[in-house]
Design a protein around this ligand. Structure first.
Ligand SMILES: *Cc1c(COP(=O)(O)O)cnc(C)c1O
Length: 361
């Protein structure tokens, strides 16, 4: 078996020890005589797995008591609708910063149900930076203020948060969850599709401040109401049981390997710096994002020549570095280097890029 280095933006690489544990427990979890995939979600055995996953999440992310952690389905994309349906009051107002496709989709969905207002956008420069925000432009009586914390496609990240005062800040953290500490108390809601940094696809996490639950719009489908899931321990219906179990293993892996998210961050900074340092000195490749807004998780880069980009993507794939093709709106390449990407993966990629540069400069 030869595992590749998988730089996919999502679903993405998972830690090998987690996959090995899944394999080991595939036919029988503990002494249950069955796979986690086959367990009733109402069984004591499964509830223990679920509770352990939530406890680890709360511990690692330092989630306060007055926040619910909901284990949902429907992807981050469902949250684009679920957030306004649960947070819009009669006036139905929300502010948005457009920093890429995901932020725009969140805005468009919220605009279907109320007055979604664009505070700032970085579309003028293909989302290669995070706009400077002036609180004077914010809607004073908005029901929430939405940001996409790490922009998976464009490789930007907020290094400072907007000060929204009493307006709940809501963030899509799909591609940065668990990559570094987040001060949960600064947010009304944090949500994430799990398939980038946490688990296989199928699980969506919503971390919701309790006072924001219970005021959904009348039209809200039962399954889109946070109350439904908060009141039923995320088991109103069948949760994505197996993905939750893998999330638990990933959380345990982060804890055992790095200790806490401060150390996870230090590791991610070290890893990302290897690639950024090379890009800053390369004569063939360059990063597309302004240095001050660079993501730790997603690193887009180009040669400036489409044919050369395609040649590099093909050559890298043949050498065992897969999914490096950039998003169609940016072109070029993108290396997603989530928690589970080992440092050696990035070191070897850079060695390969150096060699490619020498041969093609
Ligand atoms: C991948 C991604 C999404 C979409 O997530 P789904 O779970 O596929 O709906 C939304 N936002 C961000 C920031 C993403 O990276």
């Amino acid at each position: 078996m030869a595992r590749v280095y998988n730089f996919s933006a999502g679903p993405s690489t998972l830690p090998v020890p987690v996959l090995e544990r899944c394999a080991k427990e595939m036919l029988e979890y503990g002494t249950s005589g069955q796979s986690v995939m086959e367990m009733s979600h109402r069984s004591a055995e499964y509830q223990a797995i679920f509770d352990q996953t939530e406890a680890l999440m709360r511990e690692l992310m330092n989630i306060p008591e007055n926040y619910k952690v909901l284990f949902l389905q429907g992807g981050a994309s469902s949250q684009f609708a679920m957030v306004p349906m649960n947070l819009y009051s009669e006036k139905a107002k929300a502010d948005f910063v457009i920093t890429g496709q995901w932020a725009k989709k969140a805005y468009k969905e919220a605009a279907r149900y109320g007055n979604a207002h664009i505070v700032a956008s970085s579309e003028d420069k293909t989302f290669s930076y995070i706009p400077k925000l002036d609180p004077k432009d914010f809607t004073k009586d908005a029901d929430y203020f939405h940001i996409c914390m790490n922009n998976t496609i464009y490789g930007t990240k907020y290094h400072t948060l907007p000060d929204t005062g009493n307006v709940p800040l809501v963030a899509d953290i799909s591609s940065c969850i668990l990559s570094e500490p987040i001060d949960v108390t600064k947010f009304g809601i944090l949500y994430a599709g799990a398939q980038k940094n946490l688990a296989p696809a199928g699980l969506t996490i919503a971390i919701v401040r309790e006072d924001l639950i219970g005021h959904a719009m009348d039209i809200t489908p039962t399954m889109f109401n946070y109350s439904t899931h908060a009141e039923n321990g995320s088991m109103f219906n069948t949760p994505p049981c197996y993905a939750i179990y893998v999330a638990g293993l990933v959380l345990q892996w982060v804890k055992d390997t790095f200790g806490d998210l401060e150390h996870m961050k230090a590791h991610n900074e070290k890893k990302a710096a290897i690639l950024y340092d090379y890009l800053d000195h390369s004569k063939l490749f360059r990063g597309t994002v302004v240095p001050e807004d660079r993501s730790l998780m997603n690193v887009p880069f180009v040669t400036g020549d489409k044919e050369m980009d395609a040649k590099f993507v093909a050559a890298s794939k043949a050498a065992g570095f897969v999914n490096l093709k950039g998003h169609r709106t940016v072109g070029g390449m993108r290396a997603s280097i989530y928690n589970a990407m080992p440092i050696e993966g990035v070191e070897k990629l850079v060695q390969f890029m150096e060699k490619f540069e020498k041969e093609n400069a």
